[in-house]
Write a protein that binds this ligand. Structure first.
Ligand code: CTP
Ligand code: C5P
Length: 369
């Protein structure tokens, strides 16, 4: 198969194809696209319609318009093709002039149990990348439904709560497929390096600072960061720690822990740098340290700090604060509400998917015996 331009002497661009549902886009998806892009020079991503996903695996959490936008926001993606068929054909690869198709090392099947990549596999136009263990749409849905805080705190109380819920989603899932059945995500510095742009601001760059939870990174965040980035040349996102987010959001928030939120935000094409565990108050020290020219915030309510102070008091006093309208009303809480409303459908979808994967696995094992 062709190698990337750098490897083949620079005479020909290698075009890579990926496709999928990309529902509740998370850093696992982003990591697969990062690896796919590294196999060539230009990355095209096909995204399925709501109708197609409903037919093969059950209703998606996000609409197709939201999913198209989220994939376009990932920094390794060069182009998005909307509404591609579930089974990847050679005609599709040829239409977009792609050399080969890339997918994670899990198995994706149609409603009838057919491997969606059988055509490209038999034509030897298929490459596999490593799936990111410990994160999947299914796992995130599980965290929301179980209402546990195990993903950021390992207390006895939360463990008991998790045990009490007889859900078959997420960390306490009883079915154990090696693909969808999740293990814990293990963050490493290597992963952060791979996701990071690794670029300091250029002298004279206007630095924009935003801070927040950015939990379950969604289209509202994406629209906000696009506008924030337009305010300057270099966008820094400060991420609050898990206990800080839990103080002002309550319940079992954040759904994603700090490490996971760091990778989700770093995967966004508008972001230049992330502060891992930013102080809740935007202080003089912080602004001077990062040479921040302007602090921006969206239309969402700003919660007071523990001492009752406005966290943006300092930038407001020195007139370096602006409010932006993302034009999008999505919030993390709305996503959780959507999931809880559709709880039964998601549970059914998950157990069906794991059952199918376990069947395939036992067929594969029987073949090797
Ligand atoms: N992917 C990955 N690592 C993950 C999750 C997804 O590498 N933790 C990859 C898949 O292997 C695939 C692409 O992301 O190449 C798109 O996946 P998608 O079709 O959206 O399905 P999943 O996210 O795997 O669906 P689910 O979470 O419901 O299992
Ligand atoms: O709520 P969270 O802390 O994740 O928000 C991060 C930033 O994104 C905040 O500035 C918030 O106002 C902004 N945002 C937005 N539009 C949305 C959701 C969040 O502008 N729909």
């Amino acid at each position: 198969m062709p190698e990337s331009k750098a490897q083949n002497g620079g005479d020909r661009q290698v075009r890579v194809w990926c496709d999928g549902c990309y529902d509740m886009v998370h850093f696992g998806h982003a990591n697969s696209l990062r690896q796919a892009k590294a196999l060539g020079d230009y990355l095209i991503v096909g995204v399925h319609t709501d109708e197609e996903i409903t037919k093969h695996k059950g209703p998606p959490v996000f609409t197709e318009e939201e999913r198209y936008k989220m994939v376009r926001g990932i920094k390794w993606v060069d182009e998005v093709v909307e509404g591609v068929p579930y089974v990847t054909t050679l005609q599709t690869l040829d239409k977009y002039d792609c050399d080969f198709c890339v997918h994670g090392d899990d198995i994706t099947m149609t409603a009838d149990g057919v491997d969606t990549y059988h055509l490209v596999k038999s034509a030897d136009r298929y490459k596999e990348v490593q799936r990111t263990a410990g994160v999947s749409t299914t796992d995130l849905v599980g965290r929301m439904l179980l209402l546990t805080r195990n993903h950021f705190r390992q207390g006895q109380y939360e463990y008991e709560v998790a045990k009490d819920h007889s859900s078959n989603l997420g960390q306490d899932s009883s079915a154990r497929s090696p693909w969808t059945g999740c293990s814990q995500f293990l963050p490493t510095t290597q992963k952060i390096i791979q996701f990071s742009n690794g670029q300091a601001p250029n002298p004279g760059d206007k630095i924009v600072y935003v801070a927040g939870a950015f939990d379950l990174f969604h289209v509202g965040h994406l629209d906000f960061l696009e506008k924030a980035q337009e305010q300057g040349d270099y966008l820094i996102v400060g991420l609050h720690t898990d206990p800080v987010v839990n103080r002002y959001k309550g319940k079992n928030y954040p759904i994603m822990n700090l490490h996971e939120r760091v990778l989700s935000v770093l995967a966004c094409k508008y972001v230049s740098e992330v502060v891992i565990g930013a102080p809740y108050k935007v202080t003089k020290d912080l602004m001077e340290h990062f040479k921040v020219a302007i602090v921006v915030h969206g239309q969402t309510k700003v919660m007071e700090d523990e001492d009752g102070e406005d966290p943006f008091k300092y930038p407001k006093e020195i007139e370096k604060f602006a409010t932006l309208d993302s034009g999008n009303t999505m919030t993390t809480e709305k996503i959780v509400e959507r999931i809880i409303r559709n709880r039964l459908e998601f549970e059914e979808r998950n157990s069906k998917k794991e059952k199918k994967e376990l069947e395939i696995l036992s067929r594969m094992e029987n073949k090797t015996v």
